[in-house]
Design a protein around this ligand. Sequence first.
Ligand code: PEP
Ligand code: MG
Length: 538
Amino acid sequence: MRKYIGKSVYKGVRLGRMVVMKDRNEPVKRKKTEDPEGELARLYAACEESKKQLGKLYEKAVKEVGEASAAIFEVHQMMLEDEDYLDAIHSMIRTEQVNAEYAVAVTGDNFSQMFASMDDEYMKARAADVKDISNRLVQNLSGCKEIDWVEMEPSIIIADDLSPSETVQMDKEKILAFVTVHGSSNSHTAILARMMNIPALIGVPLELDSIKDGMQAVVNGTTGEVILEPTEEICQQAQRLVAKEEERLHLLQNQKGQETVTTDGRKIHLYANIGSVKDMGYVLENDAEGIGLFRSEFLYLGRSDFPTEEEQFQAYKQVLQMMAGKRVIIRTLDIGADKQVDYFNLGKEDNPALGYRAIRICLKQPDIFKTQLRALLRAAVFGNLAVMYPMITATEEVADIYAIVDEVRAELDEMGIPYKIPEQGIMIETPAAVMISDELAQMVDFFSIGTNDLTQYTLAIDRQNEKLDDFYRPHHKAILKMIRMVVDNAHKAGKWAGICGELGADPELTETFVQMGVDELSVAPSAVLRLRKLIREL
Ligand code: PEP
Ligand code: MG
């Protein structure tokens, strides 16, 4: 039995087997080999393994998103048979006498750069594909295989750290808990754990090499402990805690169907945050009154090319139909910073959180934005849609957005495609937007305060930097004063204001938010019922 302590980002207790996700971003090391033929044999085996994995991914994708979108996995299989690519790897192993991993990584980089520099847009987009298949080969060569989510039984996920693109590919039904060596409390892994109502620990000093897949563990998100190979007694204790948790959840069930209203009659709109259509189960299970934040960028993560207009339209339409007339607020693409996607070719930045991200990308690359807007306007016909724009800092940006929306509207008119202009709001997540919220309120239908980024930018704290977790103070007076100011300015203009950042679910602040006049709280689905209970008792 071994016990480790980390920092809890979400409570709860789980007992189960572990699956280790090795760091995929670790640089590949160059090693001299005396046996190039042996390296070539390893390469062939890794190619065969990769093709098998791609075959399975293809079948899964056909079922989930249809044949057209699944075709990319067939393309990847074909690329693994490409003679130029394989010859380049072979010759490097033979002539430079290096390990197969290194030859694949270098060849992958060279080919990907070559594609990226081509003029043809289609060929340019293949840069990310070559990178993807090279990464897959390297993973298979180094023995850190991709998890087979279809075959895997529910498990505790252990990793060095997890990026949003990694979490988006996970089958959430199969995750019992997250435990990471690094990571910050404000990362999207933490947000995901809250949504799924499962324990998550970060900063746990585990040695990943000493953990074998299938080993048992108990994760306690209340004490921050993870116990590897627990004794029978500890397992029984954990089972008792799980049963208690289930009982508490069961007691909250009587909040379903109730109105979220204080004892003196103030109505609060209690909405849920989601990242994909698959999260709708949590929303319906927890009786959320709407969707307050659909992080649409998750549709763009964990893949090697842009989602088409049709794919997006289908996803938005499905959520709107499932919510059956209740408000669904879809946030337009908020890519960049920690949400990186190879095919956007965003380039490396020294300060990505202050960099080329979110609405800035959409305004600079309107083609990407217009595809999403077209999908949104078309989907608006199928329910109660509201759209909101992230990372706004200036009135000019809102004016520019409206000009693009007008272009999209004209194009749809011309093509005779049915659409509706939804309510349009903005996220208030920069201090600049707070300070001009009086002017912005005149231009938009609503505000939704993104306290995660607002805290980051106001307190000058990188939300991804685990060393700064102790300085990340979302209860800081500056943040609370800003929220009050934003709500007041919205109300003066006759608009409504909500909170969709993680702070919205903080029970210590619920009463303060209600007193400030906050109209809506959008929280992880797992927080809906306990917040409803709290508000009904205020
Ligand atoms: C926020 O910044 O508070 C927010 C809700 O958006 P995200 O966490 O996706 O940046
Ligand atoms: Mg944000």
